[in-house]
Design a protein around this ligand. Structure first.
Ligand code: OOG
Ligand code: MG
Length: 255
C-alpha cells in the first residue's frame, strides 16, 4: 500500500515536471482523503529534495464560485514553494504548464512561527502583512477533471502565485470589489466577502488544518486564502491582472 502511494506521488510529480497531463487517480483505485494528503506530502517531499523551499500554504474551495465551477464541496489545502513564485510584471512560462488557469486571491503573511490554534479575534497578532494575489492553477489531470481526493493528491492544482505589495494588517480586506482581467478585459468580478464571509477566516482555518496535519507554519510563510471568483484559462501572449479596491493592481505576462 505504502509503495502504491509513492508510485502515485511520482506519477503526479512527473506530470508536473514534464507538463504532461495524467489520468485521474480515483478512476483506477480507491483514494481516501487521508491517502490523498499522504500522496501530496510525498510528492512535495520530492520537490524539497530537489532544493525547492516551502514558502507557505494555499486554501482551495473557500468560495461558492470555485466550488460550483469545479463541482466539489469541501475546503482543501496545499503547499506553496519558492519555485512557484511569479514576480509582479514578470512572466509565466507557458511551456512549463499543461492547461493553466488564473484566479484572484487575497494573501496573508505570517509574522510568527505558529504553534497553537488561533481565532478570528487574535489572528492579526500572528500575521504581519496582507495583499492581493493571482494564483495559477494547473491541474495535472486530463481535462482539468478531478474528485476531491484527486485534487488534494495533486497539491490542489497549485502551479504559481504572484503577490502584490504587502499592506499592514489593519488594512481593510473584507467586502472589497476584486476583478480578474485578461488583456485588460475583465473576465470575472466578485467581492472578497466571497472568501469564507471574511478572508481573515482563511487564516484561522489554515492554522487549524496545518496543525492537524503536522505542517509547520513559519514566520514569513504566505497563505493564499482561496479564489474570490471562478478561474479563467490563459494562453501564451496573455497579460493577466487583478485589481482590488484599496490595493495597487498586479499582473504578469504569459510567455
Ligand atoms: C483546485 C484549487 C482551488 C481555490 O482558490 O479555490 C483553489 C482547482 O480549482 O483546480 O485554488
Ligand atoms: Mg486558488
Amino acid at each position: 500500500m505504502n509503495q502504491n502511494l509513492h508510485q502515485v506521488a511520482e506519477q503526479l510529480d512527473k506530470a508536473a515536471t514534464n507538463a504532461q497531463a495524467t489520468p485521474q487517480i480515483s478512476k483506477h483505485r480507491d483514494l481516501t482523503l487521508e491517502e490523498a494528503y499522504a500522496i501530496q506530502s510525498i510528492s512535495l517531499g520530492r520537490r524539497y529534495l530537489r532544493g525547492e523551499q516551502m514558502t507557505g500554504l494555499k486554501l482551495g474551495f473557500t468560495s461558492k464560485a470555485k466550488m460550483e465551477q469545479m463541482g466539489v464541496h469541501d475546503m482543501i489545502w496545499g503547499q506553496l514553494t519558492d519555485a512557484m513564485q511569479i514576480y509582479k510584471e514578470g512572466e509565466l512560462e507557458m511551456t512549463a504548464q499543461i492547461h493553466p488557469r488564473v484566479e484572484p486571491e487575497i494573501a496573508f503573511r505570517f509574522g510568527k512561527d505558529i504553534v497553537e490554534p488561533i481565532s478570528l479575534e487574535n489572528a492579526k497578532d500572528f500575521v504581519d502583512g496582507l495583499t492581493i494575489a493571482i494564483e495559477v492553477i494547473d491541474s495535472r489531470y486530463e481535462n482539468f477533471k478531478f474528485s476531491l481526493a484527486d485534487v488534494i493528491a495533486d497539491n490542489c492544482s497549485s502551479s504559481g502565485y504572484c503577490l502584490g505589495n504587502w499592506m499592514p494588517v489593519d488594512h481593510q480586506v473584507n467586502s472589497l470589489k476584486i476583478s480578474l482581467s485578461i488583456d485588460d478585459e475583465v473576465q470575472h468580478s466578485g467581492n472578497t466577502i466571497a472568501i469564507l464571509g471574511n478572508p481573515w477566516e482563511s487564516v484561522v482555518h489554515a492554522v487549524r488544518l496545518a496543525l492537524s496535519h503536522g505542517i509547520e507554519i513559519k514566520k514569513g510563510h504566505v497563505l493564499l486564502a482561496g479564489a474570490a471568483t471562478a478561474a479563467v484559462f490563459i494562453n501564451a501572449g496573455n497579460k493577466v491582472s487583478v485589481a482590488c479596491e484599496g490595493f495597487e493592481s498586479i499582473g504578469f505576462t504569459v510567455k
